[in-house]
Write a protein that binds this ligand. Structure first.
Ligand code: CP
Ligand code: NVA
Length: 313
């Protein structure tokens, strides 16, 4: 279904394709994928290039590769000739002669676009400044597991609503017809262009989209409350200002009083202790963050297998 394609943003995938990947990931998790069908994948090679640190993405990708019989190659970007000025266009074409998948975690989304333009091998976004689509897919899978399906769900993302995780989640949620609410301070809202994309997706998919700086309005009856760090990788210089502005948006039991009583709490991790979520809420029965983290493994297997083979798994 998505064989040979790049996986840079959830915007590029239809609701059917996203649903297919989620269901395939669930089958991987339940041990229902016929591993005999993986013979065409076995023996392939994946380059995993990282410009930034990672726990989940790196480890889940390496384990996913081992389970699929693919050889993973962790490459810290700073140890390659890119660090000495090798043109990215050349780097992409060289890697393309060696490997079957190029996954990259980058500062600038345009780096992924250049890799994708110059390499024929599928390029997988392992997080950029704009998107974190593998996280988005794992988030959707986790929602499906906990709620059974996607009907009548309100998903509220609180805090830095224009960050990579919020953007990928919003696109996926709207494509699957749920209600998406972004709740955060106005000065950190997405630009008009991205809001227009979300408004358009809401119309196209019979979904609802709301952006507000009022937590009471944004969290009312919410089934899922999601947050992420206030200072993403690469934004360290803005730390002082960000911590001040986002403080009123900490997810704690006071803030979530208006939510659905059985709401689930989600976070892509890593968290910054004492900042975007209180410890008691993070550790409470509402929290499903470690299911989310686990599902990064299963969704990565679904994506890697699907880009490598057209065989129905
Ligand atoms: N959620 C996530 O991408 O975590 P890492 O930064 O540890 O990979
Ligand atoms: N928004 C965070 C996500 C980390 C997984 C960051 O980019 O640092």
């Amino acid at each position: 279904m998505i064989t040979g394609r790049d996986f840079l943003a959830l915007t590029d995938f239809s609701p059917q394709e996203i649903t297919y990947l989620i269901d395939l990931a669930i089958r991987f998790k339940r041990g229902k994928v016929n591993t005999k069908k993986l013979t065409r994948i076995r023996g392939k090679t994946a380059a995993l290039i990282f410009e930034k640190p990672s726990t989940r993405t790196r480890v889940s990708m390496e384990v996913a590769c081992h389970h699929l019989g693919i050889a993973p190659m962790y490459i810290e970007a700073g140890t390659t000739q890119l660090a000495r000025g090798e043109p990215l266009e050349d780097f992409a074409r060289v890697l393309d002669r060696y490997v079957d998948i190029i996954a990259a975690r980058v500062y600038s989304h345009s780096t992924l676009e250049t890799l994708a333009k110059y390499a024929k091998a599928p390029v997988i976004n392992a997080l950029s400044d704009l998107e974190h689509p593998l996280q988005g897919l794992a988030d959707l899978m986790t929602i499906k597991e906990h709620f059974g399906d996607f009907s009548n769900l309100i998903i509220a993302f609180v805090g830095d609503v224009n960050n990579n995780v919020a953007r990928s989640l919003s696109i996926g949620v709207l494509k699957l017809g749920m209600e998406m609410r972004l709740v955060g301070p106005k000065e950190y809202w997405p630009k008009k262009e991205f809001k227009e994309i979300l408004d358009r997706l809401a119309k196209e998919h019979n979904a609802k989209f709301l952006i507000t700086d009022d937590p009471k309005e944004g969290l009312r009856d919410a089934n899922v409350i999601y947050t992420d760090v206030w200072v993403s990788m690469g934004q360290e210089a803005e730390k002082e200002q960000r911590l001040k502005v986002f403080r009123p948006y900490q997810v704690n039991f006071e803030l979530v009083k208006v939510a659905h009583p059985d709401f689930k709490f989600m976070h892509c991790l890593p968290r910054h202790r004492g900042e975007e979520v209180s410890d008691d809420l993070f550790e409470s029965k509402h929290s499903i963050v470690f299911d989310q983290a686990e599902n990064r493994l299963h969704t990565t297997k679904a994506v890697f297998a699907s880009v490598l083979t057209s065989e129905k798994l």
